[in-house]
Design a protein around this ligand. Sequence first.
Ligand code: PH2
Ligand code: MG
Ligand code: MG
Length: 172
Amino acid sequence: MTTPIRAYIGVGSNVGDRFAHCLAGVEALGRLGGTRVVGCSRWYETEPVGEVVQAWFLNGAVGSDTTLSPHDLLTRCRYIEGTRGRDRAREDPGGPRPLDLDILLFGDQVISTPDLHVPHPRMADRAFVLAPLEDIAPRVVHPVLKRTISDLRAGLADTHQIRLYEAVPRSA
Ligand code: PH2
Ligand code: MG
Ligand code: MG
């Protein structure tokens, strides 16, 4: 028997029905064999970060206990992205996508391979990652920076806007 490892996965979408894509992503993660979703953050509307001019994202984060290897989890994340219409062969790097599932942390493992870098290399600089992650993992320690998620969030210099998403808008 393998002991499960707690992984944190960033969820994002900025094409089509963003909320439906994100929820479908969380549900599909919950159906993976050898994996149990143990937490899901609130959702945030976030200004796009990067060179590409594109629509605002919906971002969240999921905690999951898994006996999958990091690469098997990556393969399944890519498969789930594909079920929401994502086509990696045709898309712009860093551009619009119906669903993005990024492995942010995998226990305290540090992984550096051509297709997978964990912790996610830019996570500590991004409010759209740290805000939802802080909802579910405030005291988890970044295994390279040796600082908690709350601490990283508090020291963040990212000025991109983020705001809590209201799935059901307040009526006037
Ligand atoms: N993802 C990107 C590029 N820029 N900006 C926001 N706000 N949220 C994202 O998820 C995001 C981004 C590439 O994965
Ligand atoms: Mg990705
Ligand atoms: Mg991403």
